[in-house]
Design a protein around this ligand. Structure first.
Ligand SMILES: *Cc1c(COP(=O)(O)O)cnc(C)c1O
Length: 387
């Protein structure tokens, strides 16, 4: 008997199943109410400091600046590293465009690095090759923009060794990887800077928001200064640097306080969703999963699958099949080196990220899903493979 028949599910149920939607823990409104009661409805206030303190506790005691978005946080990290017009920044190609855009805001040049097949993140071999070539051209890269996609840690041992060997600062774009660890060390605490995002689709959300973390308190002070229009400590408004309006709203931070209370629970839920898919779909020959390798602990923000090369069913077929049933799934990120906007940029390629894009799919990983919803997704997938 086909395995999916085990499930007694109502296939006429077409309730929307989301990839990853906001999931409030319960105390958010209480914190927001408190912000209203005390009239801290501004990009300054006690909820911001409290949110930063709690996030610091989760990040090996690193200093934290709560900011308006993950993208703003990446932008400030690049500025604090002194990235300027014409500089080279090595950047994961397999990512969301927000990792690369701030490099362009500064007039710097991204050089895209393809993925390794184990972590799907930046390939250390190509990274080193790119660095050596840049140095030969007398253009030593100013920074490495390293992404931990879908919550999966990059190959941190290899990459940090290379970064140290050539003395190049690493920015960890951990926008999707809050709570993930490598060898029990939180992601975001390996490089010079770490960045988180609290956008609506991330593992926890402040509706919109982000954070920059760094071991160096002076750097985080500077980040907060730049994020508040670079206003100097004077009674009048005095500016000797270009500033930005990048601070997090106190109301958003209040939401974040409620969300941090349930972060651990959300990670366990995301990991349980991942395990469920793996168990239920293990009998399907054409499907494989992105999995933790030794030392890595992913928050499995999204569960991602790869359809085999010779599969009769392709990624779009599966995606459309789910969509017909009101189930949201999504192709993996389209690599930056294939994006029209970055077509002039250099890249170091091995074909991995392009192949992942062609064959990969993100499955619904919404922590609001019930077990029945999960079974519905699995049944729908099996239906296509059993047909
Ligand atoms: C979401 C995301 C960002 C940007 O974060 P925002 O808060 O939306 O600006 C950056 N990088 C990656 C990999 C992301 O997924």
């Amino acid at each position: 008997m086909p395995q999916y028949l085990k499930f007694v599910i109502d296939l006429t149920n077409k309730k929307k199943i989301w990839l990853s939607s906001p999931n409030m823990g319960g105390d958010e409104l209480k914190h927001v109410g408190n912000a209203f009661d005390t009239n801290w409805i501004a990009p300054v206030g006690p909820h911001i400091s409290k949110f930063e303190m709690k996030l610091s506790n989760l990040s090996a005691g690193f200093e934290v600046a709560a900011l308006s978005s993950g993208t703003a946080s990446l932008h400030l990290a690049l500025i604090l590293l002194g990235v300027k017009k014409g500089d080279i920044v090595l950047c994961s190609s397999f990512t969301f465009s927000a990792s690369a855009n701030p490099i362009l805001y500064l007039g710097a040049n991204p050089v895209f690095i393809d993925s390794d097949i184990v972590s799907w993140n930046m390939c250390p071999v190509l990274l080193e090759k790119a660095i050596e070539n840049c140095i030969l051209d007398n253009e030593k890269p100013k920074a490495i923009m390293l992404v931990h996609l879908y919550g999966m840690p990059a190959k941190m041992d290899e990459i940090m060794k290379i970064a140290q060997k050539y003395d190049i600062a690493v920015i960890e774009d951990a926008a999707e990887a809050l709570g993930s660890t490598f060898k029990n060390k939180p992601l975001g605490t390996f490089g010079a800077f770490g960045v988180f995002s609290f956008n609506g689709n991330k593992i926890i959300t402040t509706s919109v928001g982000g954070a920059l973390i760094c071991e160096d308190a002076v750097m985080i002070e500077k980040a907060k200064f730049l994020a508040t229009q670079a206003r100097e400590d004077k009674p009048h408004y005095e500016h000797s640097e270009i500033g930005y309006n990048y601070r997090m709203s106190n109301v958003c931070a209040a939401i974040g306080l409620g969300q941090l209370e349930v972060l651990e629970e959300r990670i366990l839920q995301k990991r349980a969703i991942n395990s469920f898919y793996k168990e239920q779909l293990s009998c399907v020959k054409g499907i494989s999963f992105l999995e933790d390798s030794e030392g890595s602990y992913s928050n499995f923000w999204l569960t991602t699958i790869l359809l085999s090369e010779n599969s009769a069913i392709d990624r779009e077929q599966l995606r459309l099949h789910l969509e017909k049933d009101n189930i949201e799934s999504r192709p993996l990120w389209k690599p930056m080196h294939l994006q029209p906007v970055f077509k002039e940029c250099k890249s170091y390629l091995n074909g991995v990220s392009e192949d992942l894009f062609n064959r990969g799919l993100c499955l619904p990983s919404d922590t609001n899903m019930s077990i029945e919803d999960l079974k519905r997704v699995v049944s729908k997938i099996m239906e296509l493979y059993e047909a």
